[in-house]
Design a protein around this ligand. Structure first.
Ligand code: SF4
Length: 452
């Protein structure tokens, strides 16, 4: 959106600190996007944020305008540290940020498929809310990194992937699943003479299979609804988009598939929309301010002094100390395995535990309650018989169709089965056996077939 010289831009900033890239958006009070900023993550979320904010400020100033930031919200893996260091107004989980963004552009949707560089999120919506979701961040099968790695193998930039794949006239069928097997397939197909264009086309086609059959594992896609939104940085690759649209439309009759207009920044936009809502409702912002954020000083430490010694695990924590231009400081701790690791001194840890106990007393622990009920008896069992008491005999009944004295319906006497047996064994031979009958001294063995 172009700006006028002398204009003051009043806007909120939404930031998505991802593992491979970070994105920031400037959104005005009406929710319109003014500008977007993007950069590959350099490994430090605070440094990435400072650089993105500087990009936005520079862009506004270059047009002779000035910027008034009304609020700041973050999502993604960087959100926790930014909430502490920049006093972000909003720290929103990624699934919610992506949902807010998709709903804002497409209204009532059923499925949102967000494919990022390193993860896949598929959200299932009901009545405008997330009803369920699937998330995969531990396997590269189906995410953008896989396509990038394959493009690299052929010496192509990922931005040239789609144009190259669209020139293929056929595509080999890769088996879906683990990226290791996909690479084995690639080598075999290369040996068979497939060109790089054909291999890239085949890999794009396997992406939706990996998403839906390997990660999501819902066999009947049509049951999820008809309105699908594709978003996430990987959707910039039009070969991947085409493969997904074909895949969905083949399986969901009448499906509508939308591609988010700001597909790479969908999460950042969700954070911005939520910031706008929260700041309007509260009437004020906690954000330290744009200039203060850009000039933030910080130090990251991970050494013997930062190790947690409250238990033998000795978690190796990282301390991120920030100093704001107004002289105030904050420390963000990461790398702990339990809540005790969030504090440093023994007194602080004891105070934290005392707090937790007080809260636990105040509120029922529903997990503990359910665990007890899951193993509880709901009836009183009959008492065991006294030792040595006789056990009641049980007569084993014959076949229901066999009616004693009436023969067998539909069978001649020769075909009819022999009369029912009475089973049993000597009580002395089988003490305590409930199927025994008492021995009959006049008839010899108790189990025998009557002569007909
Ligand atoms: S963070 Fe928790 S688990 Fe880790 S060392 Fe400290 S007390 Fe132990």
């Amino acid at each position: 959106m172009p700006l006028r010289a002398g204009q003051t831009v009043r806007a909120v900033i939404g930031l998505d600190g991802g593992s491979t890239s970070s994105k920031a958006v400037l959104v005005d009070e009406q929710g319109e996007i003014i500008q977007k900023a993007y950069q590959l993550s350099k490994g430090n979320p605070i440094q990435d944020t400072k650089e993105l904010l500087l990009q936005l400020r520079t862009w506004v100033h270059e047009q002779g305008a000035s910027l008034e930031v009304l609020g700041f919200g973050a999502t993604g893996y960087a959100a926790d540290v930014l909430q502490e260091a920049l006093r972000a107004d909003v720290n929103v989980v990624e699934t919610v940020a992506h949902m807010m963004s998709a709903v804002r552009f497409f209204g009532d949707v059923d499925v949102i498929c967000d494919i990022g560089g390193q993860d896949i999120k598929v959200l299932f919506l009901k009545n405008g809310d997330i009803a369920n979701f699937r998330l995969s961040n531990s396997c590269s099968a189906g995410n953008g990194m896989l396509l990038q790695a394959m493009a690299d193998q052929f010496g192509l930039k990922v931005t040239e992937y789609a144009d190259t794949a669209f020139t293929a006239e056929l595509a080999p069928k890769f088996s879906y699943g683990c990226a290791v097997f996909l690479d084995t397939d690639r080598v075999n197909f290369q040996k068979e003479g497939f060109s790089k264009e054909e291999l890239l086309a085949g890999l794009a086609q396997v992406l939706p299979k990996n998403v839906w059959q390997y990660v999501v594992q819902i066999p009947r896609m049509a049951s999820l609804g008809k309105r699908y939104v594709l978003q996430g940085g990987t959707q910039y690759n039009l070969a991947a988009v085409k493969a997904q649209v074909d895949y969905i439309k083949e399986r969901v009759p009448g499906a509508e598939v939308f591609v988010h207009p700001h597909t790479g920044e969908a999460g950042a936009l969700g954070a911005a929309f939520e910031t706008l809502r929260v700041v309007k409702r509260k009437g004020q912002s906690t954000f330290i301010g744009l200039d203060a954020a850009i000039n933030l000083e910080f130090e990251t430490r991970n050494d013997e002094d930062t190790v947690c010694h409250f238990c033998p695990n000795n978690c190796k924590r990282t301390f991120i100390d920030t100093k704001r231009p107004d002289g105030s400081t904050s420390r963000y701790i990461s790398g702990f395995s339990c809540e005790k690791g969030t504090v440093e001194s023994e007194e602080a840890m004891l105070a934290l535990m005392a707090d937790r106990k007080a809260i636990a007393k105040q509120f029922p622990n529903l997990v503990e309650y359910e665990a007890k009920r899951a193993f509880m008896h709901f009836y009183r069992p009959a008492p065991m018989p006294a030792e040595g008491s006789p056990v009641k005999d049980i007569v084993v009944k014959g076949h229901l169709l066999h009616q004693e004295g009436r023969g067998h319906p539909g069978l001649s006497p020769r075909q009819a089965p022999p009369p029912r047996e009475r089973l049993g064994a000597s009580a002395s031979a089988s003490p305590g056996c409930s199927t025994s009958t008492p021995p009959d001294p006049t008839s010899g063995p108790t189990s025998r077939r009557s002569a007909s």
